[in-house]
Design a protein around this ligand. Sequence first.
Ligand code: SF4
Length: 438
Amino acid sequence: TKTIKNVICTFCGTLCDDLEVDVTDDGKKILQVRNACAIGAEKYLHVGNPGRVVVPRMRQADGTYKDISYDEAIDFTAKTLLKAKKPLFYGWSSTNCEAISAGNVLAEKTGGVIDNCATVCHGSSLLAIQDTGVPSCTLGEVKNRADRIIFWGCNPAHAHPRHMSRYSIFPRGFFTAKGQKGRKIICVDCRETDTAKVADTFVRIKQSYDYEIIDAFRTVLRGEEIPAEVGGVPAEKIKEVIEILKSGRFVTLFFGMGLTHTLGRNHNIDEAINFIRDLNDYTKAVLIAMRGHYNVTGAGQVLGWQYGYPFACDLSRLTMARHNPGETTSVDLLVRHEVDACVVIASDLAAHFPFEATRVMASIPTITIDPHISMSTELSDLHIPVAIVGVEVGGCCYRMDNVPIETRKCVDAPEGVLEDEELFNRITKRVDEILAEN
Ligand code: SF4
């Protein structure tokens, strides 16, 4: 047995970097995982499950699947993409930046649209950040400095289980030696989540009144009067929260889809950013989006540095990238039948998109690239299995605070299974060959 230390957990956007993984001497099997939360540990422990798909599977006319070789799968994918007028490449949040970059080359070459999971989660945050800017910091700074934490519309107790112990509520840092005792935790939500239960102050709001309540916070902060109740919250409670925040040395607002997906959407985030800016007149204050999949932040980073937009990039006009949410976003493209082939990569489109968009995806040629069987793989014409990033292959991933972290390989992938990056390079090569032949 050998132990690999400082392994990066590639499950959620917290990207915990302190896992210890025991593997067999031949580097083929994971025996034990320490330090991970239950969901993180499960990712490592189920890698060797007997039912794992290790060769590409092509759907037959009768709905069954037939095993085919990687060469055949690559040829089918290249021909499907070249035949399509506008293919959609959706997903990217559970693979490394190297694969995303290689995939972007393929999308550019085949005139496709590249979109990532932000399109149905923090896309509105990214729009607001591009419009308004973002006063932010790293999770390390939160641990070492923050004494006032707000969780707004997010529930890390379930979605990011170690976030609270590593960075936000419990850890002792350089200027936060008392840990939880030195911090005041505020939770704003329309329901009492498990995160709300560990908060010092729970502000229960009426669903979709986030904008009004942030506006009320800003109004009170400026010393103006507000109505006796805003969005289900009494004025006294709003004033109490503002006093708690003003008396802090370092405020951090963590926000999730409870804020990005309620009425107001990106304007909620505009308002939250402006609230944090206002708070900086009194104390240091920052905000950080609670990103879900482990490299959804990286997917936005790579697209951002390559094309200027963090999601929904239309490359069908080969000379320029276009980004127009509502027009170049995956759900809209699918429900309007504007894409005629689909590559789902490192995400499960069918599990998260509206029914109508999923129905269209199932009706056009679709290739799903994923280590696991998912709803998307079962609606696809072709499922190409790949190695698992952070377990069987390393690579760069971005934590929720935009810090790039090099993940590491713990065990070998099953024999013959390709990595995402290599797969995209080979599909691009095949596209080049077909173009040269014609
Ligand atoms: Fe993995 Fe997230 Fe759990 Fe950390 S909190 S161990 S990154 S699943």
